[in-house]
Write a protein that binds this ligand. Structure first.
Ligand code: B1M
Length: 208
């Protein structure tokens, strides 16, 4: 098994220290930082995302894989920056006004990072105006909006309206347990994703 295949396998098992050591080994072997990212870390995280969508792995496995990815990124990030490797896009993600649930939103952030996005997590209970301000500040390609309550999912419309009124071109993706494709269509969002891995896939289609 190559060092990059081993790194992907270690990431899938959530072995953070082994992933870190693998990244260092690959750099010492003279591998390109971009290749270490795509063929090592992102490759492993991509498999986890697919398995998560098929219910072959669950939230805890995704969380430990994401933690291992973060550990590897600590070493790789400065090398990527100096090699001029750009993220595939920028996404901001938040939970709507009135809603304090953040576990699903955090998973979406991790999957987006795992797909190569620069991610700005703007937190919970977020005003529509803040979604717009933050999207403008980082020139976001994608705005992710999460809601877990039937009483707060209606506030997603406020985010869409604020985004459209501001004239920014960011695509808005909505998701969360009570949200459906029909609701997405009704409020005029650009896309709906049923789970965090699908949100990352959808975001990638908006940036390709
Ligand atoms: Co709350 N809660 N909660 N809660 N809570 C639910 C959601 C509920 C279904 C429980 C129930 O009654 N059976 C219910 C909602 C009912 C409804 O509206 N239909 C409910 C309620 C009523 C409430 C309170 C009103 C309770 C009260 O105070 N009376 C209150 C509201 C507070 C508020 O937000 N204003 C409340 C509070 C809380 C806690 C603070 C105690 C805690 C949140 C802690 C936290 O998030 N840090 C909590 C929790 C933990 C839950 C349950 C048990 C678990 C939610 C969760 O994290 N799931 C939940 C019941 C349940 O789901 N079994 C419940 C795991 C997570 C990975 O799934 O967030 O669905 P989820 O994310 C999924 C997908 O939905 C999707 O991807 C993820 C999977 O990959 N997804 C996206 C999510 N966001 C996405 C965005 C995307 C795309 C996909 O694109 C941008």
């Amino acid at each position: 098994m190559s060092v990059l295949e081993q790194m992907a396998a270690d990431l899938m098992k959530g072995k953070a220290n082994d992933v870190k050591a693998g990244v260092q080994q690959a750099l010492d072997d003279g591998l390109e930082p971009g290749a270490i990212l795509t063929q090592g870390l992102l490759s492993g995280m991509g498999v986890i995302g697919e398995r998560f969508k098929k219910n072959e792995v669950y939230v805890p496995e995704v969380l430990i894989a994401a933690r291992a990815m973060k550990a590897g990124m600590e070493i790789l990030q400065p090398k990527l920056a100096s090699a001029g490797v750009q993220p595939c896009g920028t996404a901001i993600v938040g939970t709507v006004k009135g809603d304090l649930h953040d576990i699903g939103k955090n998973l979406v952030c991790m999957m987006l990072e795992g797909a190569g996005f620069k991610v700005v997590d703007i937190g919970i209970d977020v005003d529509p105006s803040k979604f717009v301000e933050e999207a403008k500040a980082c020139n976001a390609d994608v705005i992710g909006v999460s809601a877990l309550l039937t009483t707060t999912m209606t506030n997603m419309k406020g985010v869409i309206d604020a985004v459209r009124e501001s004239g920014i071109s960011s695509k808005v993706i909505v998701g969360g347990a009570p949200v459906t494709q029909a609701f997405c269509d009704e409020i005029g969002a650009d896309g709906y994703a049923a789970d965090a891995a699908s949100a990352a896939d959808l975001a990638a289609t908006f940036c390709s």
